[in-house]
Design a protein around this ligand. Structure first.
Ligand SMILES: C[S@@+](CC[C@H](N)C(=O)[O-])C[C@H]1O[C@@H](n2cnc3c(N)ncnc32)[C@H](O)[C@@H]1O
Length: 262
């Protein structure tokens, strides 16, 4: 098959794949994903305003961070959700903001430096571990863990011709394997009684409720799900999703709140 033909195939495969999942809803959802994002200003307790998708604020707040908590943000760069977590801590407790990518970690450090009060910087630590191997570094230490996992990011793919042409149905499956490994590591990192928020910006069920389903299959009895209902949040078999066609352009953002019980 020639290069050109392969490129066209990516676009077609993408369309067929999501049409199959979303059926009659797909054309409307597709249009909403193509629309420009509408970031909102977030400045609560911050030194400077940061602009991000409102769905990201909703999800990060669901983690319920309290002053004094020890919080781990496993995939933190560029740092929008870390800022929401830090604004709840207000310089108390500890926030470990981790990202494996050195380039993105550089951006994360700048975002934290420019938006957090100087006095709070000491309680924030930036690390560069592989989230899926967290158990090698620490276990049962955190009150709250955010796992905002790398994902298919269909909104980005649809708006980037090159990425769209290269898209293959195998991609979500490969990502789901990595996402599960990270979630299993998050379950070890959080204290018994502590909470994990698993989130993605994907519209692919395999990467969302599919990962939670696998956690039920592989780690049964070790966790329980908490309520994630709220305005704009559509319930899934596990967790909730905010989709831009029904949430005034917000999202996509899938989230599931998981409490470790043993
Ligand atoms: C969805 S983005 C995170 C966005 C971020 N939470 C925010 O709100 O700005 C996913 C991040 O995961 C990082 N990442 C990918 N694989 C990783 C791994 N194995 N361990 C840690 N971070 C990883 C990527 O570099 C990327 O920055």
């Amino acid at each position: 098959m020639g290069k050109k033909q392969k490129e066209i195939e990516g676009e077609k495969l993408f369309e067929l794949h999501y049409q199959d999942i979303y059926g009659d809803r797909w054309p409307t959802l597709r249009l909403a994903l193509l629309e420009e994002r509408k970031p909102v200003a977030f400045c609560e307790h911050l030194e400077a305003t940061y602009y991000l998708d409102e769905a990201s604020i909703v999800a990060a707040r669901l983690l319920g961070v309290q002053k004094g908590d020890h919080v781990l943000d496993m995939c933190a760069a560029p740092g929008g959700k870390s800022l929401v977590l830090a604004s709840s801590l207000q310089g108390s407790g500890k926030l470990v903001a981790n990202d494996r990518s050195a380039t993105r970690r550089g951006r994360l450090k700048i975002v934290l430096k420019n938006h957090l009060h100087e006095a709070w910087q000491e309680s924030v630590q930036v690390t560069g571990h592989d989230a899926s191997k967290w158990g090698l570094y620490e276990q049962g230490l955190y009150d709250r863990v955010l796992l905002d996992a790398p994902c298919s990011s269909e909104r980005h793919v649809l708006n980037d011709g090159k990425a769209l042409k290269l898209w293959r149905p195998s991609r979500p499956k490969v990502l789901a394997i990595q996402q599960f490994a990270m979630l299993a590591a998050a379950l070890e990192a959080v204290k018994i009684g502590g909470v994990i928020l698993y989130s993605t910006c994907s519209i692919e069920p395999i990467e969302n409720e599919g990962v939670i389903e696998k956690l039920f299959a592989k780690r049964a009895g070790r966790f329980a799900l908490e309520d994630t209902s709220g305005p704009d949040a559509e319930q899934r078999s596990y967790g909730s999703i905010i989709l831009p066609d029904r949430a005034n352009g917000r999202g996509p953002l899938y989230f599931c709140l998981i409490r470790r019980v043993s």
